[in-house]
Ligand binder design. Structure first.
Ligand SMILES: Cc1cc2nc3c(=O)[nH]c(=O)nc-3n(C[C@H](O)[C@H](O)[C@H](O)COP(=O)(O)OP(=O)(O)OC[C@H]3O[C@@H](n4cnc5c(N)ncnc54)[C@H](O)[C@@H]3O)c2cc1C
Ligand code: HEM
Length: 411
């Protein structure tokens, strides 16, 4: 454990580091990739370019440093990150590499202000924080491998079926090449897919939520094609999956991970809200509830641009039809003429409509979608008086803050 003097130095320097946050993290990644170019195969380059990952890693180190004398308080946050690390295959021997480069970046950016005393204190603190991650992740690696149907690292899965679900979303039904069993998972969890794409220097790893219930002989992922837009390149992996990958091809998957999961011990009503491709974990949750004959009232709300972009509609309607206590509602932002009579609300999901369609406020809420959509839903639910403890959501990227995202437009 750290001594009191070290703790005092750490706590007093966190604000200084935060002020220089962007400069330090930018320099950190330059140093990291220059000294360990192989790590370019592990980090998501789009998240790097958008600065999301830089902010996430360093901010977590600083936040952890503030709680250095009571690290148990940040354990839930550690677990969420550890799930991602485990899913990516981050190993204990990579922690000192990150530590050394972070320290070096702090030293370079702070200049003379970074005394030996400060740098030594930070080196010690990083060691303590890293050990917490390493031990949580060691447990997760063990579980992933030792569970029935589990495995370590990446396993080859053959694409049994590739099914178009909407104009932009395609499902892939994946069965293990080795013909063995596959691990159960909790609805809401994701897998990491590692892709080697011809002519691309590095491999790319992306997470995809499992979009069907557990207990099937396959895993299903449903991927939105991220087309190019003004100022935005096309998505590397999603476009490749849509355009080049075909039935019979192999994808490499790590075992299911993630802490955004449906609590199956809960008995209260459940409300599942999604925007766009954020419906994937929600469909897994819905299918699980219905397949297990849950008697919990279920409200499934999905927001899409219009009927053409509404994926898995028929499947969800069929599932809802199998459970008397389940209802589904569609909200289209810009319905087309063909959509007439097929949806329940035009425009955006708002509180009066939620109050109309959700039978009881006392429910457990899960939602997923673009970050501004989630920020909007979160605000509506809090305004209605839903306790934050009953609200759960998933980011399809590095975890961020919905408070910050509220400043962005919903559309
Ligand atoms: C837990 C989790 C679950 C997920 N589940 C799903 C799921 O079920 N289905 C699904 O479709 N996706 C899901 N995702 C998202 C998925 O992992 C990928 O991020 C997504 O498929 C895009 O990957 P890509 O390689 O196609 O795009 P990338 O190449 O990674 O690009 C991503 C986005 O960044 C933009 N971009 C690229 N370069 C720049 C730049 N220089 N400046 C600004 N923007 C840029 C691209 O246009 C694109 O929109 C999930 C993510 C997480 C973290
Ligand atoms: C104590 C040290 C570390 C902390 C505090 C930390 C923190 C984080 C955080 C907050 C995220 C974002 C999680 C999310 O998606 O919501 C993340 C993701 C990630 N981390 Fe770490 N991390 C640490 C060590 C490492 C190490 C040693 C590696 C190995 C090289 C690593 C590689 C990654 C990668 C590749 C991602 C995903 C990046 C992406 O997809 O954009 N991390 N980490």
């Amino acid at each position: 454990m750290l001594n009191e003097n070290t703790i005092a130095i750490i706590k007093s320097t966190v604000p200084v580091l935060e002020v220089h946050g962007t400069a330090i993290t930018k320099r950190f990644y330059q140093l990291l990739f220059a000294s360990h170019p192989e790590l370019m195969n592990v980090f998501n380059h789009a998240n790097q370019r958008q600065g999301k990952q830089q902010t996430a890693l360093a901010n977590t180190v600083y936040a952890a440093a503030l709680y250095i004398d009571k690290l148990e308080t940040i354990l839930p946050a550690v677990k969420q990150i550890a799930h991602k690390h485990r899913s990516l295959g981050i190993t204990a021997d990579q922690y000192p590499i990150v530590g050394q480069n972070l320290l070096q970046a702090i030293k370079e950016v702070l200049g003379d202000a970074a005394t030996d005393e400060i740098l030594n204190a930070w080196a010690e603190a990083y060691g303590v924080i890293a050990n917490v991650f390493i031990s949580v992740e060691a447990e997760m690696y063990k579980e992933a491998e030792e569970q029935q149907g589990g495995w370590a690292g990446y396993r080859a899965f053959r694409i049994e079926r590739k099914v178009q679900e909407s104009h932009v979303i395609t499902s892939f039904y994946l069965v293990p090449e080795d013909g063995g069993a596959i691990a159960a998972f909790e609805p809401g969890q994701y897998v990491s897919v590692k892709m080697s794409i011809p002519d691309q220097k590095n491999t790319h790893i992306r997470q995809y939520s499992l979009s069907d219930a557990p207990g099937k002989p396959y895993y299903r992922i449903s991927v939105k094609r991220e087309d190019s837009q003004p100022g935005k390149d096309a998505g590397v992996v999603s476009v490749y999956l849509h355009e080049q990958v075909k039935e019979g091809d192999v994808l490499w998957l790590s075992a299911p991970a993630g802490d955004f999961t449906l609590d199956l011990k809960e008995t209260r009503p459940v409300v599942l809200i999604s925007g766009g491709v954020g419906l994937t974990p929600m469909v897994s949750m819905l299918n699980t509830l219905v397949d297990t004959n849950s008697d919990r009232p279920i409200t499934f709300i999905h927001a899409a641009q219009n009927g053409q972009l509404h994926a898995l509609k028929q499947q969800v309607e069929e599932k809802i039809g199998q459970a008397a206590q389940a209802k589904a509602y569609w909200c289209y932002a810009q319905p087309t003429e063909q959509d007439a009579g097929t949806y329940h609300k035009e425009g955006y999901v708002d509180l009066p409509w939620l109050q109309e369609v959700i039978p009881s406020k006392d429910a457990v809420y899960y939602f997923c979608g673009p970050t501004p959509f989630m920020a909007h839903i979160n605000r509506q639910l809090l305004e209605w008086g839903v306790p934050a403890a009953d609200i759960h959501y998933e980011f399809f990227g590095p975890k961020g803050s919905l408070d910050e995202a509220e400043k962005e437009p919903v559309a």
